[in-house]
Ligand binder design. Structure first.
Ligand SMILES: Nc1nc2c(c(=O)[nH]1)N[C@H]1C(S)=C(S)[C@@H](COP(=O)(O)O)O[C@H]1N2
Ligand SMILES: [Mo]
Length: 367
């Protein structure tokens, strides 16, 4: 019998055509060759990562609940502060452009580039999107319900079905964010690129935790627990952490990465002037520098960066290229961010295949 979380079918609600998305059963990733000059990923081009499946939320019954001893009066879940979507919308609107990226984006390159296959969705580089998120800042919402100075953790929980994995019921998807991050730049978003959140992206409300692992950005937000004690969940104790010689780390910020706006194994015509386009992004800084190699890493050229270049989103770049000889090529792009991090040639593997941020070797055939 197939477990719910091992089913092959896509559990998203939207349509994901094969020329725009690569399907991974439950999840879908954006095809980089379908990127078409846009700065923000259109809502219907945005990757989907569901632990179970997209729930249908009845807005009439929907309430966001806020509770915990980190709030004045220490309300319990039973006597939580509650908000309808309209009440949240009435608090005003801030909009910010941020990338949202799955922690496992690029996982398949552990196998193809480093010979260390890691179980999990075999994402290429398309489990990232950039949107203009509109909503209220979590700081605002927390101050309305009287967050205490000694609160330490804030945990959003989704309204999707509990997550079953290897026979264990891990409960509803939830993950704590330290109060410092919660009061910094986290959004409680009800809009994506000026539209209400689509069902697959968290309608009616989601967290957007800029620059952090995608799992922090809880969709279908049902409750927010604010605590004076550190909080944990299976998404900090079992999943989305790395155990290695250096110890055990709960994953937070995303690293720096790059991708070409090209199909994998595409073919280009010899002697035809073309332009290599791509994007680089970082979970912390802006992008400081990008280098591109068309000969497998022997020689590097600096492409032209254009458009906005802000932290926690992507910057676009392009480089004219006329391939002069037929054959197999490997295109490489390597970025550095303003925090001084540069994409390495390889990364130390970890059990679950998270944070593959090494330079990806992109094959093309010149014919
Ligand atoms: N409630 C809930 N929130 C969730 C998830 C989920 O399965 N349930 N998946 C997380 C993961 S792993 C990622 S990468 C992002 C994906 O967001 P998207 O589907 O809008 O692209 O949502 C996060 N938030
Ligand atoms: Mo993810």
């Amino acid at each position: 019998m197939l477990m719910k979380d091992e089913g092959p079918e896509c559990t998203a609600a939207g349509e994901y055509p094969a020329d725009e998305f690569i399907s991974h059963g439950r999840d879908v990733e954006m095809r980089w060759d379908s990127v078409d000059g846009w700065q923000h990923t259109p809502n219907d081009r945005f990757f989907v990562r569901n632990h179970t499946s997209t729930p249908r939320i009845d807005l009439a019954a929907y309430r966001l609940r806020m509770f915990g001893d980190g709030l004045a009066g220490a309300p319990t879940i039973e006597d939580a502060h509650t908000f309808t979507l309209d009440e949240i919308r009435d608090m005003g609107s801030v909009t910010h452009t941020y990338a949202l990226e799955c922690t496992g984006n690029g996982r398949r390159f552990f196998a193809t580039q480093q010979d260390t296959h890691r179980a999990g969705t075999q994402w290429g580089l398309g489990a990232i999107g950039v949107a203009k998120w509109g909503g209220v800042s979590l700081t605002d919402l927390l101050s309305r319900v009287g967050v205490l100075d000694d609160a330490v953790d804030v945990m959003g929980e989704g309204l999707d079905e509990p997550y079953l994995h290897d026979g264990v019921d891990h409960g509803r998807v939830r993950r704590p964010v330290p109060i410092g991050k919660a009061l910094d730049d986290v959004l409680v978003a009800y809009e994506m690129n000026g539209e209400p959140l689509p069902p697959d992206h968290g309608y009616p409300l989601r967290l957007v935790v800029p620059g952090w692992v995608g799992i922090a950005s809880i969709k279908w937000l049902g409750s927010i627990h604010v605590s004076k004690q550190p909080l944990s969940s299976p998404w900090t104790t079992v999943f989305y952490r790395i155990e290695d010689e250096e110890g055990s780390t709960v994953l937070t910020e995303m690293p720096v990465k790059s991708a070409f706006e090209l199909a994998w194994e595409t073919s280009l015509e010899v002697g035809v002037p073309g332009v290599l386009r791509g994007r680089s992004w970082s979970g912390t800084g802006a992008i400081e520098r990008v280098e591109v190699s068309t000969d497998g890493g022997e020689n590097w050229t600096v492409p032209e960066l254009f458009g906005p270049n802000e932290p926690k989103t992507w910057v676009r770049w392009e480089l004219p290229w006329t391939p002069t000889e037929p054959g197999r090529y490997e295109l490489l792009a390597r970025a550095s961010d303003t925090e001084g991090r540069t994409q390495p040639d390889s990364v130390a593997p970890n059990d679950d295949g998270y944070l593959f941020w090494a330079v990806v070797r992109h094959p093309v055939d010149v014919v």
